[in-house]
Design a protein around this ligand. Sequence first.
Ligand code: NAD
Length: 237
Amino acid sequence: MQGKRVVVLTGAGVSAESGIRTFRDNGGLWEEHRIEDVATPQAWLADPSLVWHFYQRRRRQLQDVEPNPAHVALSQLQNGLDSMVLITQNVDNLHERGGSSDVIHMHGRLETLRCEATGRHEKRMNSTDFSDDFLLCTCCSTPSRVRPDIVWFGEIPMHMEAIYRAVDACEVFVVVGSSGHVYPAADLVDVARRHGARTVLVNAEPPLNLDSFDEVHLGKAGELLPGLVRQWLDSEG
Ligand code: NAD
């Protein structure tokens, strides 16, 4: 991959070996909840306490988990290549803690919270920021409630301009740990393909969009990626 423009897209599977559960592997439930009950704008309107508690638990969990060899391998790939853009569907901070920089979080981040009045994001990871009581912003003169800084189902993903710019121009497109169910992320491999990129998959199980990949590696990302990254750093293809 040396000398090529590379884009890597990761999904929940890359963090599975760190102990953060995916939802496709749990019968469509995310930590025992139906997605529509905790990860939609309608859920926030109908039962904001349930949604807040759910995401505060996810935010507190960040303090108990560590990056795994897949996160570390991807940061080594990024550091070893001239051009690699890392896009993640994940809302955790494990890529950054594994050594990656400039990670594009298309579905938002747990580390930040968003003012409901102004839409401003702020990093809120102090011990007082993990409370089950609603929190207030620091940007309004009369502080407003903040919401999780997450792109819920039915909302538009973040940074799409930068994402399409990178995907349109890439020569190699790698997907790690994604089931191919969630759009528009699942479609990016076909965008890359239409622009002539070689497409590579590393996933535990065949995803919905398996046919879109030129090269498929089935298995755990933490076990496969360290070896693959060593090969990719040495290869020109
Ligand atoms: P998904 O849950 O739909 O699918 C996960 C995929 O990863 C599956 O295909 C599974 O076979 C594969 N997988 C599981 N363990 C793996 C491993 N050790 N190595 C490699 N692959 C493995 O995930 P998705 O496609 O990312 O879409 C789900 C949505 O859920 C995303 O939008 C994401 O924001 C959200 N989510 C995020 C997190 C997180 O931030 N860590 C966790 C759960 C869900």
